[in-house]
Design a protein around this ligand. Structure first.
Ligand code: DQA
Length: 149
């Protein structure tokens, strides 16, 4: 089973970016913990990061080989109809994740355009949101496979 993990804009700056909100771990640190968990769960993961909306749409459109998608759309969560439509267009379940609890923050972050097309959302657990997101994606994909057979 292969899972795709997509990180949106500015997440390449984790570690130095607003550490009071996002913590001190870098994206590389998070990716290492995901690789470790993937090995434990016996799944393959591909991890991508992009600061560009269209590039993220392209990545989502190429998900045929994946059983599920884990996505932190970052700021595009609140603005991107294109990313929302791309997730709705592909036939794999998506888990939306956020490091911070977006509902505890500025009002413009309370609205996610992605949630209505995601299987579910995990928000507010820091780097653990990624770990929980990967576990959730594997669980959904495993259940979907069982349902199909
Ligand atoms: C974020 C929350 C978004 O509102 C913000 O724009 C981000 C990161 C999070 O992981 O908490 O860039 O998605």
């Amino acid at each position: 089973m292969k899972i795709l993990i997509i990180n949106g804009p500015n997440l390449n700056l984790l570690g130095t970016r607003e550490a009071d909100v996002y913590g001190s771990k870098t994206l590389d640190d998070i990716n290492k913990s995901l690789e470790k968990l993937a090995a434990e769960l016996g799944v393959e993961i591909d991890i991508r990061q992009s600061n560009h909306e269209g590039e993220i749409v392209d990545l989502i459109q190429k998900t045929q080989e994946y059983a599920a998608l884990v996505i932190n759309p970052a700021a595009y969560t609140h603005t991107s109809v294109a990313i929302r439509d791309a997730i709705a267009a592909v036939d794999i379940p998506a888990v939306e994740i956020h490091l911070s609890n977006i509902y505890k923050r500025e009002e413009f972050r309370h609205k996610s355009l992605i949630s209505p097309v995601a299987h579910g959302q995990i928000s507010g657990f820091g780097p653990d949101s990624y770990v929980l997101g990967l576990r959730a994606a594997v669980s959904i994909a495993t259940n979907a496979k069982k349902g199909a057979s």
